[in-house]
Design a protein around this ligand. Sequence first.
Ligand code: G3P
Length: 217
Amino acid sequence: MLIFLDTPEIEPLKAGHATGLVDGVTTNPSLIAKSGRDFKEVIAEICEFISGPVSAEVAAIDAPGMIKEGKVLAAIADNVVVKLPLTIDGLKACHALTQEGIDTNVTLCFSAAQALLAAKAGASFISPFIGRLDDLGQDGMELIHDIRDIYDNYGYTTKVLAASIRSAAHVKQSAMAGADAATIPPKIFDALYNHPLTDKGLADFIKDWQKTGQSIL
Ligand code: G3P
């Protein structure tokens, strides 16, 4: 499964990149606003060291505006993926940009029917929002399962990118449901590898190794 970091913050992205485990990046207007950075500048900076897909979201809400903005964003770097909202205009823009060979990520997906339309529009990625569905008392993970089934039924190549992830359990469940990718906040990335029993076990091994008085080198 591909792992993307859901942040425009350079420091955690560099730290994640250094692990060799991060395949790409996603951003959204709220995350850009929180960063206080210039949007196009920060996307260009990310693309200098991340060679995988980097999602950058349009701000327009009409298809012609989204197409224009999408082309500007796609010109920043070869690996920019244009993120479009799952509206009828977003789907029209997705279709048009796909025809021009531009990669797209259709976001704000909350139903399997929406995901079906995004695949028909040629989306490279569909972003179902798990956490926000869970917040409403619905089952976000069921959506991932449903989309996987539908895409497999028809051989759609649109990648399922589990988004709005709130826990390491969400990542595990997305992987079990067959999501192609998950985009996760940096703190959830850390939660994926941290385990108290790993820390305790390592502390014991170090102590016992010191007792041997040996050295491997
Ligand atoms: O970037 C899209 C998505 O991951 C947002 O997550 O936590 O704001 O629902 P969240």
